[in-house]
Design a binder for this molecule. Structure first.
Ligand SMILES: *Cc1c(COP(=O)(O)O)cnc(C)c1O
Length: 421
């Protein structure tokens, strides 16, 4: 099997074009693990192409929390993507790849003092805030920081609401900016996040319009804002109510209206899910089966599998994800499905992946797989009860081999495409 040398013990396999997720799962099952991810690095390159095509004015800063897999992050760095980091360790991870601090936005409006000190030491100066006391903290620890005022701009239908925790009401922008001015702090722009899993493109255009008003407030106070950060919330798959292209169309229209190219404002975004979701397929193994007789005399089946909600499937709890099992190694099209439930491996009864579904009869040792498992899965999983996070197997198909090896091969320079100053 051909593979790309990326200068570490990890290899990236080159698979023939047309390999399906099922083929990938079946290939890596031979490694003998109960659970594993197949990670398609070519899919990440394609996402980046899609971004550049549809949002050419917007520089993406990948939200590391979504999936901090080191190869994924390295690939994105090599593609010229910037990074949204929320903590010291995330900043450290990204700087460790040779990424310049100018390609990082420290996008947590509520920062630990020690993390802020680290940002200061490393010159990681672009950061968000949304409250008065944070300004005092920044003044003490990093008076030279370049600040973005995060305003609240929710999509009420977004899958994960962020506005309940972060974002200043735009009505409070004047007093916050006045306070920043009094402290002689350097506010350089506005940021927002419409919520993760956005369902309404107008949430973005409404937020851009609200941000434009805050730019005017800044101007009246003597600030010269030059960065607009439109946050994350972009879908990572096509199986959602609204497509990336629709959102991009709406966004481009409102950006052209409120922030035309002539206005010299750099526009950045913090996509997480968009880049990470589709690249990973998770395979799990059926380890035990319990037959349960139902009142009507029929049986239902409880399948216990090798990963659950304390692991990769934490996305069901935290990210409100819906997951769809498929079966590897067998052609089950003509087999009658029967009622069953799918459970994670830990001793907690909350550890359930699907409370009721229908699947063809399964046996111990059967492999189930779940596509689009790259976002908010591995990065937020625990090892509760002694179950480890699944290993990743990386691959590309022939069509993306060159793009991926260009950026991951040892000695390949990180392209400094994104540089917001
Ligand atoms: C989580 C988060 C993101 C990424 O959101 P997605 O919906 O995955 O795109 C971006 N910015 C901030 C501040 C976040 O908290």
């Amino acid at each position: 099997m051909e593979s790309i040398n990326i200068g570490s013990s990890i290899k990236v396999d080159v698979l023939p074009v047309g390999f399906s997720a099922k083929d990938v799962v079946e290939k890596y099952q031979k490694e003998g693990k109960e659970s594993y991810y197949g990670v398609d690095l070519g899919a990440v390159v394609q996402k980046h192409e899609q971004w550049k095509t549809h949002l050419p004015r917007v520089a993406p800063f990948y939200a590391v929390k979504c999936n901090d897999d080191p190869i994924l992050v390295r690939l994105l760095a090599g593609l010229g993507v910037g990074f949204d980091c929320a903590s010291k360790i995330e900043i450290k991870t990204v700087l460790g790849l040779g990424v310049s601090p100018s390609r990082i936005v420290y996008a947590n409006p509520c920062k630990f003092k020690s993390h802020l000190e680290y940002a200061e030491k490393e010159g990681c100066s672009l950061m968000t805030f949304d409250n008065k006391l944070e300004l005092d903290k920044v003044k003490k620890i990093y008076p030279g920081a370049r600040l973005l005022l995060r305003i609240r701009a929710d999509d009420p239908d977004a899958i994960c609401q962020l506005g309940v925790k972060f974002g200043a009401d735009p009505a409070n922008a004047p007093s916050l900016l006045q306070r920043a001015k009094d402290l002689d702090l350097n506010v350089v722009g506005v940021s927002f996040h419409v919520g993760s899993g956005c369902q309404n493109a107008t949430a973005f255009s409404d937020a851009v319009a609200a941000a434009a008003k805050v730019f005017t407030v800044g101007e009246e106070l003597g600030y010269q804002f030059n960065i607009l950060d439109i946050g994350g919330g972009f879908p990572g798959t096509d199986s959602v109510k609204i497509s990336f292209e629709e959102i991009a169309g709406e966004l481009n229209r409102s950006l052209d209206e409120h922030f035309p190219e002539s206005c010299d404002v750099s526009i950045i975004a913090e996509p997480g899910r968009f880049y990470a979701s589709a690249c990973a397929t998770l395979a799990v193994t059926v380890s035990s089966i319990r037959e349960v007789e139902q009142p009507d005399g029929n049986s239902s089946y409880m399948y216990y599998v090798s990963d659950g909600v304390y692991g990769s499937f934490n996305c069901i709890l935290f990210d409100h994800a819906e997951v769809f099992p498929k079966i590897a190694f067998r052609d089950t099209e003509d087999v009658d499905a029967r009622t069953c439930s799918i459970w994670g491996p830990t001793c907690d009864s909350m550890d359930v992946i699907l409370k009721e579904t229908k699947l063809p009869p399964l046996e111990i040792g059967d492999v189930l797989y779940f596509e689009d498992m790259g976002a908010y899965t591995k990065s937020s999983s625990s090892t509760f009860n002694g179950y480890s996070t699944p290993d990743c197997y990386y691959y590309v198909d022939n069509s993306s081999k060159e793009a991926v090896s260009n950026v991951l091969s040892p000695g390949s320079p990180l392209q400094l495409v994104v540089n917001v100053s």
